[in-house]
Write a protein that binds this ligand. Sequence first.
Ligand code: ACO
Length: 325
Amino acid sequence: MSLYSRITGTGSYLPPRKLSNAVLVAELAAKGLETSDDWIVERTGIRARHFVADGVFSSDLAFEAAKNALQAANRNAQEVDLIIVATSTPDMVFPSTACILQNKLGANGGIAFDMQAVCTGFVYALSVADSMIKTGAAKCALVVGAEVFSRILDFKDRTTCVLFGDGAGAVVLEASDTPGILASDLHADGKHVGILCVPGHVSGGAISGDPVLKMDGQAVFKLAVGVLEDAARAALTKAGKTEKDIDWMIPHQANIRIMQSTAKKLKLPMDKVIVTVDQHGNTSAASIPLALDYGVRNGKIKPGQTLLLEGVGGGFTWGAVILNL
Ligand code: ACO
């Protein structure tokens, strides 16, 4: 049994089709939906997002991100004994996307399951993997966030279809004698199910209910700003740290205004916040590991630094993790 778990490699993958606001606005206009680059940038900070091609699934994106993370950690797939895929857009109703990924990687035999906590999924998954490593259930975990949100968007609803994108991010989390994951703080409040959901389900061989994303944007915004500060402070207290110890905040990339407001409440300057929402849009459970990998690979985030990861999403779910890289 190990005292700690530590991230030893990060990876990510974005599907090649990148749509700038201008391209998306033109595509939507052709379908009779009016929006603009100005509106999207001003309200959200989003300038572009990636969409998968037909026939590409979350497990395909997860596979590419996981390969990159394994390479960075200098591990091969056979050494992985736990795979958790955080996703709200699984390949199938069942089996889990984690099992499909496990088979694609040739990592068969270990533990594999999906984590459903919408945009907080990666934070939940990292915390669960940390606990499993600390109890000795696993030694080398792949924790992945992977989404094809373009599949569940209503392209007749301009209040939501401009916000989201597809992608995947992954980390290798290993048993360690030195501290990596320091603390986490996770929450959910199911009374808010209706403000952000895809209400449809499969029944009797058909889809029953609406199989596209529904959101009360303003209700989400208000809740998000409050709970993210609380979770960050609670995780910092558990880790015996203060906001002054944070080298980088890596928030869920939903909206630049939510990120700015959380940073302000935590008295963190924006140059300590990793921002990818402008280029990725909101990739739900994939957004935090995508932003983490972006920060690591472009040299901003360095080994030994203290990171705050925090997410909020449908459920309503929210949480934060403090870690040393
Ligand atoms: N283009 C042009 N106009 C638009 C668009 C659009 N794409 N979408 C909405 N509008 C219009 C509305 O119709 C409204 O017009 P009206 O005043 O004539 O009625 C006007 O813009 C303002 O609409 P609001 O909804 O009040 O806009 P708001 O400033 O609240 O911004 C937004 C909307 C961006 C969705 C914001 O509420 C937000 O970011 N909320 C949080 C969303 C979020 O982060 N979701 C993800 C959570 S994570 C997860 O689990 C998936």
